[in-house]
Ligand binder design. Sequence first.
Ligand code: XLS
Ligand code: NI
Ligand code: NI
Length: 437
Amino acid sequence: MNSWFPDVPVIPFEGPDSRNPLSFRHYDAGEVIEGKPMREHLKFASAYWHTMRNGLDDPFGSATARMPWDDGTDSLENAEQRIGAFFEFLEKIGIEYYCFHDRDVAPEGATVEESARNLEHIADVLDRYQNETGKKLLWGTACLFSHPRYVHGAATSCSVDVFAHAGAQVRQAIDVTSRLGGSGYVFWGGREGYSTLLNTDMPRELAHLARFLEMAVDYRNRSGFEGQFYIEPKPKEPTTHQYDFDAAACLNFLREHGLMDSFKLNIETNHATLAGHSMEHELETAAAAGALGSIDANMGHPQLGWDTDHFPTDIYLTTRIMRIVLAMGGLDQGGLNFDAKRRRGSFEPIDLFHAHIAGMDAFARGLKIAAAIREDRRLDDAVQIRYASWDSDLGVSIEAGQVTLEELESHAKSVGEPDLSSGREEMLESIMNDFIR
Ligand code: XLS
Ligand code: NI
Ligand code: NI
């Protein structure tokens, strides 16, 4: 087989003292943490759109990424060649899963039929590579935001014909995802929102979005796709306002339309930041509703205001994420998809390895640190102690819904002014810091 990364070996685990940049210093796939090997805690996926299709252009300059496997055309041959490079990458980096949009892997045709044929053809190729390498599809999705027809949205377009095109695309993408054994399917509402309310019938658009998702659920039930459906919240970009603003907005929408049983959320760090939340906030919100399904593992930059999709290298971030994931007992069918791109200056093919190693090692450290914090118990105990008054007879009865306002009033009279304790925020931060090493 032709090698596109001839100078890169299969990346070995060499331990924290290694000075070899093409090695894992912390990610040791077989190391057992809380009874499970790291590879099961950290179901990493590589995002085809960034790894293979992102030339690293920005609004001020053209693509810089060197991609010797890509001849720059939209041909099926080129699409196949890219897939070869991608699976070589997955094998060498030791990542088991991947994610794609339909249009990342196969070229859009001139008609609905031609696009479908292209996608079917490429699905055969992906299937062959999956069988040869044992790599798996974490989730698939349809790109409903790049083509000019989606300028006013897809499921929320003002045009019913565009809505129909979006339906055709999603039906095919679900089929291909199912055929490739994908464990999930993501709906990210790229342009499902508005640019200005002056031209927008918001209630009508929201009703259309709900209809669209109902149709997708109906199709899944009839087609036998066994993967999990996810919605990926994002507040803005490319549109001014996106309806799937944050976890809370998505949950409200799903509840309003009776779709809670059919969807979970795929939470992305950079989208949380854009919504003015921390990643922890979004994860906790989803987890509290039993709807935390999967994670798009990236991060933003404090000095840049958009979805910059940096690789997640912040150990505090990965620690906080893994604390929540461990507490809920793992992500089930979900995983950690590196929806992340290299910086424009990191344009050599080998930077794909450096970038993913950085993310994987950061998550391995986050996992180990989170497990150590859990074993130590000081942080968990502090929360439990803080709410101890709720374990009293009164607290338990209130939580069970057996107390009236009059009963609260007589209790308040009998206890007098409540005796409160400090929240000890700085002390807890300092305890957390003890583990980051
Ligand atoms: C863009 C989104 C997108 C989804 C998949 O901001 O993160 O990449 O993850 O459509
Ligand atoms: Ni994403
Ligand atoms: Ni994003």
